[in-house]
Write a protein that binds this ligand. Sequence first.
Ligand code: FAD
Ligand code: SF4
Length: 468
Amino acid sequence: MPSKINLNRVEMPKQPPDERRRNFQEVALGYTEEQAMAEAKRCLQCKKPKCVEGCPVGVDIPEFIGALREGDMAEAVRALKRKNSLPGVCGRVCPQEVQCECRCVLAKKGAPIAIGRLERYVADWERTQACTERCEIAPPTGKRVAIVGCGPAGLTCAADLARRGHKVVIFEALHQGGGVLVYGIPEFRLPKSIVQSEVDYVRSLGADLELDTVIGRQFLVKELLDEGFDAIFLGIGAGAPRFMGLEGENLNGIYSANEYLTRINLMKAYLFPRYDTPIRKGKKVAVIGGGNVAMDSARCALRMGADEVHVVYRRSEAEMPARLEEVENAKEEGVIFDYLTNPTKFIGDEKGNVRAMEVVDMVLGEPDASGRRSPRVKKGSEHLMDVDTVIIAVGTVPNPLIPAITPELKTTKWGTLVVDECGKTTMDSVWAGGDITTGGATVISAMGAGKVAAADMDSWLRAQKKHC
Ligand code: FAD
Ligand code: SF4
């Protein structure tokens, strides 16, 4: 390495914890121009950049950082958008620490380049400009593709196919596009306006968006093909909640994280009665689980006015799947972590409201199939924890509607769709990708799957005869 390397990254300003724990505004404030330039100048512009190998959509990271530090912002935007149609989203929520950033050559000796923060800076710069940079669009092919689901997988597949000249229509069950980006991830991590502007960008490439349309109810998958679509991509996610099957789980005040977050984020329950969806404002809240969903639920409960919010997790901190940054944010805001603890039943009052939770202490044994040490119950450790609200965030399962009524689509024992390495399902002319094929994963892995499927669909479509 050259001698004058700066191994310290430029920190990004955040709202102070005491302020932000009671508001829904974005926590991270983004780099200033000066900060972005200083961070970009640390990049070594490697000839064989390892960071790119860690990006599931293959963004040319040194290229966009190089353009940024030359002050050529429009080129930085173009370099990002050549591979990634949702840079403002990815710059905020991608787990860069386990993807591009952990492969950055600087990580061997110090802090890797803050690739995500720079991506966010470039995407946010573009939003302040009068017009957006649009990638080139190939001449029309005459082929029509239906995309089911407007989450990151569907949006990426739609953008890539539209850019290749195919006519794309996205069908979305909800009244807003974005998938988990709008109904799951809270405003204080990912403002809805950012998601909306990136959905609008995909539409500007020529993709139509049909909201409030549930495929499997209004139209069957086969009917879309009969209607004249040449190919279909299913990006329908894994948004169905998983419960624990414990006694008392149906008591009032116990929510799935899915319902809790949807009410707060998509239906704006935190602005009730201005918006007409209510939610219980618990005083002592327990969130069960240790992933990003648990962190988001706990931090939402604090912002709804809870006095005490506990994350109850059956393993130790080292095994928690949540992003490190979000765990740190939750701790700074005052969320209490009860590690090696697991609920065994919920106890209600005479009106059917949850009032306590029986929990046991756990100890860790040998690693299980996931590679994490498996938890065992410590005998005789049962004790009660007073709670008035519980949020269950122990994972989700694939949305079952389409697989259940489409026998041509083969599923695994976990309910995910069976696909080959290109995302092709077992049904003719139908591809799939994202959480519906992997189970709950990440935004960028869903986008990567949308990209791979789009490339395969494009080759297949071009090999078919044109419609007259
Ligand atoms: P989804 O985002 O679930 O989108 C699927 C879309 O399909 C939805 O809009 C749904 O309404 C629609 N749909 C379903 N069925 C039908 C139908 N029959 N007809 C029409 N439309 C249908 N990942 C990260 O990388 N970083 C994070 O910080 C992060 N935080 C998360 C926080 C929460 C609370 C949750 C729940 C997830 C989080 N994830 C995070 C995971 C990430 O959001 C998902 O992996 C990703 O959104 C999956 O994308 P997808 O396109 O496959 O599905
Ligand atoms: Fe820059 Fe790190 Fe990528 Fe090298 S590996 S090009 S230093 S971001």
